[in-house]
Design a protein around this ligand. Sequence first.
Ligand SMILES: *Cc1c(COP(=O)(O)O)cnc(C)c1O
Length: 424
Amino acid sequence: MALPENTLASARQWDAEDPLLSFRDEFRIPQHNGSDAVYFTGNSLGLQPKGAQAALKQELEDWARFGVEGHFEAKHPWYSYHEELTDGAAKVVGGRNDEVVMMNQLTSNLHFLLVSFYRPKGKRVKILTEQRPFPSDTYALASQIAFHGLDPKQHLVEVQPRNGEHTLRTEDILAKITELGDELALVLIGGVQFYTGQAFALEAITAKTHEVGAIAGFDLAHAAGNMPVQLHDWNVDFACWCTYKYLNSGPGSVGGAFIHQRYLKADLPRFAGWWGHDKNTRFQMGSEFSPMPTAEGWQVSNAAVFNMAIHRVSLEQFGRAGMQRLRAKALQLTGYAEAIINSISAKYNVNLEIITPSDPEERGCQLSIYAHGMGKDLFDKLTAQGISLDWREPNVIRMAPVPMYNSFEDVWRFGEALESQMKG
Ligand SMILES: *Cc1c(COP(=O)(O)O)cnc(C)c1O
């Protein structure tokens, strides 16, 4: 995107024309010196929907009023609470309703899914992941490999970027899959890389993975609610995600899991619990486990209602906003931010290198700026000006203008703050 006229008036004009404008008023925006901060850290913790308080209060009141009977008498009965989330969540990730369940949290879901989908056999033992995945994923994958009595150092393989490049080329990921061939058990990579902001070609990766006879699973922590994904149509085997980043459901909120339809009735091994048991006979309390023939068959525990209450509010917002409209606005917001950064870089002859791919198809909202020679100091000064960004070692400032509540004026204000530092 060429830098459009970059003035406060033009930014306000784009806001006025934004069909999603009214959503901003549905969020509590942190304050800085008495006015709204520029909140670009929705990729770490999304903002609080105003409806969250009433939703939580409803559950507290129903608990006070009904006690245990709230499982059936509450306005949103706790017994089946997770079922109210399925439709909205399935739309966000492009799954069928029977393929999606909200439960646990992200890394726990990854473990539960790996129990079913990582079953090393003979020489087919390796797991392929991206360079420097989020540490929790590395720990989970390595510990699963070790759990099977194998050596993670040998069998957990990372695709590396080429010399001098920050992000991965799809062709290199696909070539690595082909190279590992019948030694590859599983590909598990992020939908969007947390550090570089690169969005991976999930459909192509899935197809290539299946070609060599392996399983394709994705961690959608930074993709869910950020990129439109079509897990079912892309034939993805399984996926998991969290809801406190782009999905605005509060710290540590409930996670999500997707299991493709073709596995729902297959008798996959799993770590079972009572909430995965056929709900028609669950309370007969029998000793034989008979799983639900849906993704719910992977549940272990009963619903975490307080977390889910907030997620219910958030999914309702995503339903109204729609992933397509959110994506359209994200392309504009992020393109605008990119144009400003590049123009300031050129004007002041500094190297604010955006390591996130410049092709919008290869990124979501986030831009990761490698701040040569300025790094932490620049980050600290922007933070002091009420610009909420985050810092990732060794030298990256991440920013995510999110379409649900960020405005073009936010991006303009970020640009002003950045430029004021350059004039310093
Ligand atoms: C945020 C994030 C996590 C966090 O895991 P939790 O289990 O939710 O604490 C894990 N993996 C990735 C890729 C993430 O971005």
